[in-house]
Design a protein around this ligand. Structure first.
Ligand SMILES: Cc1cc2nc3c(=O)[nH]c(=O)nc-3n(C[C@H](O)[C@H](O)[C@H](O)COP(=O)(O)O)c2cc1C
Length: 188
């Protein structure tokens, strides 16, 4: 698959087969991630990989409880998610077998943005390998807590950036259309 196809066809995947993503494939994705540009070449990205189904289910359940207890969903644009997060059968990771979490080392004001670039590299590379991905913002609050960072061996001062699930897509991938670029000015 060429780069243009990967960019055009990458879409968030929310249904996965049970096929495990092997270690070599995860390593390829991490390799792609670290090719991203970063401010002054600081390369502030670090990674935690979770392929333990029991732990992923536990983090899904803990994320839902945490979000429901800490976010004022009634008065937020996320109100529509209350029912979803209250459903005991809803798995925020869509039962994907692999979660790659990108954490930023505190290396200046650009660290977060640098890690987002790494995340996009990873998602496009996954598309090229026939894998699906989805950034799971729902997991961010839990994965940034001192307790979970300790569990994952992440230093407390590192900041959560991108929880990305990875797996082999099951069925048709929903093809959301994206709007045309909103060009505010183009001075020639
Ligand atoms: C910061 C961020 C947080 C997101 N959080 C979630 C999430 O918690 N659950 C989910 O299903 N999708 C999540 N998504 C995926 C978006 O819903 C998706 O990217 C958007 O609807 C556009 O669809 P596309 O990725 O298929 O182009 C997130 C995406 C981003 C960039």
């Amino acid at each position: 698959m060429n780069l243009w196809e990967a960019i055009e066809n990458r879409r968030s995947v929310r249904s996965y087969t049970a096929q495990k993503v092997d270690k070599a494939s995860v390593e390829k994705l991490l390799h792609a991630a670290v090719q991203a540009p970063s401010a002054s070449n600081t390369q502030p990205w670090t990674f935690a990989v979770i392929q333990d189904a029991k732990l992923l289910k536990e983090y899904s359940d803990r994320s839902k409880s945490l979000l429901l207890s800490t976010i004022d969903l009634e008065n937020s644009p996320h109100k529509k998610y209350r029912a979803m997060l209250s459903n005991p059968d809803f798995n925020i990771f869509y039962t994907a077998g692999t979660l790659i979490v990108i954490y930023a080392k505190p290396m200046g004001i650009h660290s977060y943005g640098d890690c987002c670039l790494a995340a996009q590299n990873l998602m496009l590379a996954a598309r090229g390998l026939g894998l699906g991905t989805c950034w799971i913002g729902f997991a961010g609050t839990l994965l940034d807590t001192p307790e979970v960072k300790k569990e994952l061996g992440v230093p407390g001062e590192y900041g959560l950036v991108a929880p990305i699930i990875v797996g082999y897509p099951q069925g048709r991938i929903a093809q959301l259309t994206h709007d045309a670029p909103e060009i505010l000015s183009w001075k020639e």
